[in-house]
Ligand binder design. Structure first.
Ligand SMILES: [Zn+2]
Ligand SMILES: [Zn+2]
Length: 379
């Protein structure tokens, strides 16, 4: 069987950004999730694995580079059957898409390989915080300190959940392990799964004398200053995960994660697409006709640009390496300068006269019309 191209599987172009790949994977994973396709389960399972394999490769800088250079054989050991679920490292993304649903799929595929993540005391809630930055900030990479209102570790019991002087006792249901074993029938066969103990919620302990300040939860409402470094080249809508800065667990588990969602304000000068920037530049008719060297704004200062003689309205000139940096490589894209030719509206009699003379010297019909004006505009 010939393997399909990873870019084709995800329906993205060779130069697709991580954000694009992620978006596409999100849609396809939803579409092919075996649990959502009960009638075509094994087919959906194959497809789900195929898109996940493609995602694994294209989201990994090294694997993607090897794939681009050597094809499928450059990535996974084809002799050993190629991609295996154990090669998949983006569980978090799948869990983000499906929640516990995503977790269940891995438990099925791995036969409980990911047990350590699925059991034990429940992790604290993940939090989301939105920040808005300018395009220039996204170019420069900035550090922001946010002052978040969130649950923080209880200052009274330091998160132990017990009143000072008292100590918790071992849970009798699970004998302190926090886990109980259950046998589950799944479409992929029977699995003995280890699940969290209901009595102690996985902590293995029973709080007899709860802390009064936090009522035995270990956390209280509070504020926390958190530093966020926003990498250069970040795209609008992408998120930065800060592990452990979500809410603390109320059952003795690890804290949740904080997701900083970054929004980028529309820039009045530059239009951005990935690493490319588009900029509109007005020049005069004589400059367009005779050529000139002009000063053009870029995201990091002004540069000189040559306008070739005979530049048409709408022509796009390129300033190489003057675009946005790539989030991973730091390599900058280009700035595309779209030329607008200014048509003067208030002219002196003398100027009008000069233009009439110029018009006469061109002849009655503009040269463009003879060649087909619309053709030149791309119609
Ligand atoms: Zn407390
Ligand atoms: Zn227990």
């Amino acid at each position: 069987m010939t393997k399909r191209d990873y870019y084709e599987i995800l329906g993205v172009t060779k130069d697709a950004t991580d954000a694009k790949i992620k978006k596409s994977y999100r849609e396809l994973a939803r579409k092919h999730h075996p649990d959502l396709n009960p009638d075509t389960k094994s087919d959906a399972e194959e497809k789900f694995k195929e898109v996940s394999e493609a995602y694994e490769v294209l989201m990994d800088k090294d694997k993607r580079a090897r794939y681009d250079q050597f094809g499928h054989s450059g990535v996974f050991n084809q002799g050993a059957g190629g991609f295996q679920w154990s090669d998949f490292t983006h569980y978090q993304d799948v869990e983000d898409i499906f929640g516990d649903f995503g977790g269940s799929i891995f438990n099925m595929f791995f036969g409980g390989n990911r047990r350590s993540r699925r059991t034990g005391p429940k992790k604290g809630n993940d939090l989301r915080y939105d920040i808005t930055i300018s395009l220039k900030n996204a170019f420069d990479s900035i550090e922001r300190t946010i002052n978040m209102e969130k649950m923080v570790v209880c200052p009274e019991c330091k998160g132990s959940r017990s009143k000072s002087g008292s100590s918790p006792s071992t849970c009798h249901t699970c004998n302190g392990s926090g886990q109980v074993q259950k046998v589950r029938a799944t479409p992929f066969g029977q699995f003995a799964t280890i699940t969290t103990c209901d009595s102690c919620h996985g902590s293995g302990q029973i709080i007899n004398d709860p802390c009064l300040k936090c009522r035995g939860k270990g956390s209280v409402r509070g504020k926390k200053k958190i530093k966020v470094k926003i990498p250069a080249g970040i795209e609008d809508g992408s998120h930065i995960r800060i592990p452990g800065e979500g809410n603390p667990s109320t059952t003795g588990g690890p804290s949740g994660d904080l997701y900083i969602v970054v929004h980028i304000k529309n820039d009045s000068n530059f239009y951005r697409e990935g690493t490319e920037l588009l900029y509109d530049q007005i020049i005069s008719f004589p400059q367009a006709t005779l050529g000139d060297t002009i000063t053009v704004n870029t995201i990091d200062g002004k540069v000189q640009m040559k306008i070739p003689a005979g530049t048409r309205h709408g022509k796009v000139l390129r300033l190489k390496g003057k675009g946005m940096p790539d989030l991973r490589t730091g390599r900058r894209g280009d700035q595309h300068v779209r030329i607008f030719i200014d048509i003067p509206t208030s002219l002196s009699e003398e100027q009008k006269d000069l233009i009439r003379k110029l018009g006469d010297s061109f002849g009655k019909t503009p040269a463009e019309e003879k060649k087909g004006f619309f053709k030149n505009l791309g119609f």
